[in-house]
Design a protein around this ligand. Sequence first.
Ligand SMILES: [Zn+2]
Length: 430
Amino acid sequence: MNLGTVLCLPIVLASMGIAKQNPSEAQNQKNIEICTQNLLAIGKAVQAYHNDHGDFPEWLSELYPKYLQDANLLLCPADKGGGKAIAAFNADPKMSVSYGYQFHPEYREGTQKNRAVYGDVIPLARCRHHANQSFDCLNLSFSFKVFRSSEIWQSTPEDMYGTPEKAITALEAGLQRQTNSGRLSNHVHSALTRLYIEVGREKDADNTIDRFKSIMDPNDARNCFALAEMLEMVKRDEEALPVFEKLAGQYPDDYLVLNKLAEIHWKVGNSKLAKEYHLKVAPDSELVGKLVPDFSAIDLDGKPISLQQYRGKVVLLDFWAVWCGFCLREMPNIKKVYDIYKDKGFDVIGVSLDDDEAELMDYLKENSIPWRQIFTGQGMESPLALQYKIEGPLVPWLIDRDGTLISSDARDAALEYLVEEAINDKSENE
Ligand SMILES: [Zn+2]
């Protein structure tokens, strides 16, 4: 088993939801509205079905035609696949359905357990076809309300309950019930820890972690990962380190674990070790430490641009696209680092792998992206993507003042640490 596979599955599914599709913003809003109405109609039909049968249907197709007369209500307008399920075991056996049904035979038991802890605010049916930078799924809850959430709905219970305080009260009660059933969940403890910190109840956060530690299975990788993350949340980094290190021993290639180790070592000041862990997970690491060959292109303003122009600066050569959800989520981080270090010798070059110029321009304007962009309209066939053998967006290359590649995966927390180090390197040499 690869821990990353276990932990990352929802993220992979989410990224599939962020597949290449770029209707206008107005069309997106309209699709969300129609989809919301669909979900509410499905909710009504499920309710009627439940009144007759005393239970939920095994599949949503059972609602048709008696409880749901219009089969189109099972299709989301944003679903390019026309109701084809992402995974075979999720596929409705009778009809094309855009919605992920959380109560089908394989999911029923797990969902039932979640209901026992969280209540009827949890998703009954989910639409993944509107994923953007602010949410992954549109959900119909068991209480027949529509709400937005991330793929892992457990991680933002405040979206379901309304406020952090209400979520805390509900989860505390849920945890009580869960203890009685003897089942243990990382998510509840993690969410509670985070919410306690958010509302300033640090002591309760610490107690939640200690309680989790005393009842968790120390041989369960997911429990260990959750524990280490909680410890990190309350800044008990020295305690989190050995837990992550033990996991790294079990899963020496796991991206999430090695990334976490890099982050914590950076935080506690072991930058050498941090970088070693970071480079273990960065793709194309054989290019690291080598001179990046120069390119010559024309930027969006029609001016010639090359790497050579940036010699003497630390530069992020960022291969990205507006249709890449993960790229857009990373953008605030790049902006933050840019604002801190732009006057100290850091710059960014965006290489857009989009093919729609109007959409790119809209995004750059709406989000006030200040750095230069290279765009040819050839998408993945753009000359720079071909020159550097870039196979997709979300490839941030960090290049030092001499033109040498520092990292081919400079993002999240690593970006700031790596930029800071590269900037300071120079100061020390002066
Ligand atoms: Zn939808």
